[in-house]
Design a protein around this ligand. Structure first.
Ligand SMILES: NC(=O)c1ccc[n+]([C@@H]2O[C@H](COP(=O)([O-])OP(=O)(O)OC[C@H]3O[C@@H](n4cnc5c(N)ncnc54)[C@H](O)[C@@H]3O)[C@@H](O)[C@H]2O)c1
Ligand SMILES: C[N+](C)(C)CC=O
Length: 489
């Protein structure tokens, strides 16, 4: 059995309490690893190491070109160990190995992108209004960063935090989701191999209410970056006020996918499926809320349902599997309750709406891909993030109505619009209140473009240059070249 330890101050260590947690394969409930179960005490030890490495260590002052070389090496090692990482991710999350391989390519790309960006910003000189002076703006690391990640894309979400924090000279303590720590442990091994100095990167394993809460409230942490659910995000925001930490929140979404009657029909249907059923709908930006123009509704829903019926469920390690299980028993219950509540509200199950009957799937946390029709914006099933393989269908009859419905949400993470009318697409994307709007596409992301939410989907941005700036303080240095007394007093 694999034993997974924490990485604190350059040492691989168990939990101070000696406690451990069983890591479960969601496909068959088998125990795949035993992980250290750290708590607030372990988090404090890691924060102390990161603080010392920031205040007294060389990393913040290391030239960006040198930090960049190390981060490039991390990208190299991720690609070298891509297959092992992909298999670990699939074992831990249930997603198909094919999806995990794609994630690993994306993750290496993120480290590569930030390694490239690291030494491209030498600050700027301001045209000073004061004669005989130099006014310059420089960017410096924020300090000790707490980073808390979710279970759905364990290493991808970690990479969006690790790479920019490292290249900008911060030190950090990461706490991955307690139920999916495997690839995070592996990437800390790779960071050690790449030569990241002792104390700069620290990994604490354990639950959110202990280790995570300590990272959020501890006054030696300068920035907390969190990806996860909205309720946890609110708690972290409160805890972060202890020392007015810098705060980055990547929270949930209930993302509208608007299909106009003039869309390319086959592509829109195909991408509507892709937009939801990858990783069994456990994606923050899943397009689970389909808004279809009334005149197209019947044809669209029929085509969708026909395709959904053929989605092959199974082990992420089988080549013909298209969709794996949900992450846990608890989450399976949550999705089941979510659909049942929707039906009580008036939604109709066009396909799915229950667990599969296939005997081979009974040990796993499977739920059938589901389409719910007869939905309206005021229903909880439309407003709440179900985080499962469940589409709700609403209709609209005019462009303005489509935009109004799409925006009728506490969330603002992402959305899509499908039409061949370029002007209509531009008008809609301009009015949709979301961090990302896809026109004739869905769920695409890459390191160069910022990612984050409007409204209650979060604060701040990851990826792109904004994702780097989250980890930088901006300093203005004014130098008077000809100081003289003012003689005011
Ligand atoms: N916006 C994005 O980019 C994005 C990406 C991935 C996932 N998500 C969101 O993540 C959610 C699913 O992930 P989840 O179920 O792991 O979320 P979660 O909020 O339950 O947990 C996320 C992390 O927070 C920790 N945590 C829990 N309670 C805590 C506390 N009181 N203090 C500090 N940390 C605490 C957990 O241990 C875990 O590491 C969904 O809502 C999804 O939309 C958002
Ligand atoms: C941000 N993303 C789309 C990679 C994963 C969201 O859950």
């Amino acid at each position: 059995m694999q034993q997974k330890q924490q990485y604190i101050d350059g040492q691989w260590v168990g939990a101070l309490s000696g406690e451990t947690r069983e890591i479960i394969n969601p496909f068959n409930r088998e125990v795949i690893a035993i992980a250290a179960e750290g708590n607030a005490e372990d988090a404090r030890k890691a924060i102390t190491a990161a603080r010392k490495a920031f205040d007294l260590g060389e990393w913040p002052g290391t030239p960006a070109t040198e930090r960049s070389k190390i981060v490039h090496k991390i990208a190299d090692y991720i690609l070298r160990d891509k297959e092992e990482l992909a298999e670990l991710e699939s074992l831990d999350t249930g997603k198909t190995v094919e999806e995990s391989r794609g994630d690993m390519e994306d993750i290496a790309g993120v480290f590569r992108y930030y390694a490239e960006l690291a030494d491209k910003d030498g600050g700027e000189i301001i045209d000073s209004p004061v004669p005989d002076s130099v006014s310059k703006v420089v960017r410096e690391p924020v300090g000790v960063c707490g980073q808390i990640t979710p279970w759905n894309y364990p290493l991808l979400q970690a990479s969006w935090k690790l790479a920019p924090a490292l290249v900008t000279g911060n030190t950090l303590v990461m706490k991955p989701s307690e139920i999916t720590p495997l690839t995070s442990v592996k990437v800390f091994e790779l960071m050690e191999e790449a030569g990241v100095p002792k104390g700069v990167v620290n990994l604490v394993l354990g639950s959110g209410s202990t280790a995570g809460a300590e990272l959020s409230s501890n006054e030696d942490v300068d920035l907390i970056s969190f990806t996860g659910g909205i309720q946890t995000g609110k708690k972290i925001m409160q805890a972060a006020s202890s020392n007015v930490k810098k705060l980055a929140l990547e929270l949930g979404g209930k993302n509208p996918n608007v299909i106009f009657a003039d869309a390319d029909f086959e592509t829109a249907v195909d991408q509507a499926l892709n937009g939801v059923f990858f990783h069994a709908g456990q994606i923050c930006s899943a397009g689970t809320r389909i808004l279809v123009e009334e005149s197209l509704q019947e044809k669209f829903v029929n085509a969708l349902v026909d395709r959904v019926k053929n989605i092959k469920l199974g082990s992420g390690f089988s080549e013909d599997t298209q969709m794996g299980p949900l992450i846990s028993e608890e989450h399976l219950q949550k999705v089941t309750d979510y659909v049942e509540a929707g039906v009580r509200e008036g939604a109709e199950v066009a396909v799915g709406g229950k667990r599969p009957e296939d005997p081979e799937l009974q040990q796993g946390f499977f739920y059938l891909p589901t389409v719910l029709t007869n939905c309206s914006t005021d229903m909880d099933v439309v407003q709440n993030e179900g985080f499962g393989p469940v589409i709700t269908i609403e209709t609209f009859s005019a462009e303005e109505e489509a935009v109004k419905l799409a925006n009728d949400s506490i969330y603002g993470l992402a959305g899509g619009v499908w039409t061949k009318d370029i002007a209509k697409a531009e008008r809609c994307s301009a009015k949709m209140r979301m961090g990302t709007v896809w026109i004739n596409d869905f769920n695409l992301y890459f390191p160069h473009a910022p990612w984050g939410g409007f409204k209650q989907s979060g604060i701040g941005r990851e990826l792109g240059r904004p994702g780097l700036e989250e980890y930088q303080e901006t300093k203005h240095i004014f130098h008077n070249l000809n100081p003289e007394p003012i003689n005011w007093f």
